[in-house]
Design a binder for this molecule. Sequence first.
Ligand SMILES: *Cc1c(COP(=O)(O)O)cnc(C)c1O
Length: 352
Amino acid sequence: MAWQDKLRKVDPYIAGEQPKMEHMIKLNTNENPYGPSKKVEAILKNYDSDMLRLYPSSDASDLRKELAHYYQLDESQIFLGNGSDEVLALSFLTFFNGKDPILFPDITYSFYPVYCKLFQMTYKEIPVLDDFTICFDDYKQKNSGIIFPNPNAPTGLLLSVDQIEALLKENRDSVVIVDEAYIDFGGTSAVPLINKYDNLVVIQTFSKSRSLAGMRVGLALGRKESISKLQDVKNSFNSYPLDRLAQLVAIASIQDQSYFDQTRKKIMDTRQWTKKELQTLGFKVLDSYANFIFVTHPSLDAKVLFQNLRKEGIIVRHFNQERIDQYLRIAIGTRKEMEALIMFLKQEINHN
Ligand SMILES: *Cc1c(COP(=O)(O)O)cnc(C)c1O
């Protein structure tokens, strides 16, 4: 057998592009258009680089203390990872070990099937309804775990905490993971259910609402029992948590609640404005609770529109996937960026 036959071959997740264009309006990876808090800037400016000689605190205790206070949980209920993608991968490894399939929606974060294939887990994609809503009646079947984002990506649609609680009641024998990457843009978190349901794990990230995608900070929240198992798996892989700088920056971000609230509000207001403008232009806009919108137009082909926008330096996301190939996912940028988008779309529609 040649060495090539002994290699592992996988189809990786493909992230939205990070093009190197000047003056582009980048609305394709749901980054925050506003910089992180000034408190974060101060940490970075004053950092003593000599400290980088030393390994970081292995349990990130200062940050976990801060987060425990923020989420009203015990420190033992908080797990940290380098971005929530890493937290998700480790969570699949830790929590999803039965024989039955793992369940998630067919229209959702496309990393989930990638983890399943990497870890050789069986999974079943449960179709969302025609209006793209998740229907938990369809999840009443044997499973090794259930995962979904709330709000869902790329639709932006939100499930209520009551709906999630009903699922938890129905599904006591496997872990349910709620991926709350976008929960800070108008949704209600399932975190308070953790102390009521021992099989619930909630995952959040600093990449979107805290404008720290470049720093890679993600977390999982759950019962002490499940979080300690997650920690064991992580320590079998890389025993250090976040790097020194990321730990300090995350603390500074959590401590600036007013900046967090201001920027979230600006993004939600701009989302509302953009939605109305797009509707005026004939777009159908799903009811988003995230920092992006999912839109389609009855007379414009989504892929052609994606390409025309790109020529103009406006980068959005198009998925070549059944059911959603006539939609575009557009992140909410600054008001000025969204005005430029609308202006271009007006011309585009007039030419058609
Ligand atoms: C962006 C995103 C993540 C991952 O974010 P990280 O930058 O890795 O923390 C996880 N889940 C969903 C649904 C996302 O959209």
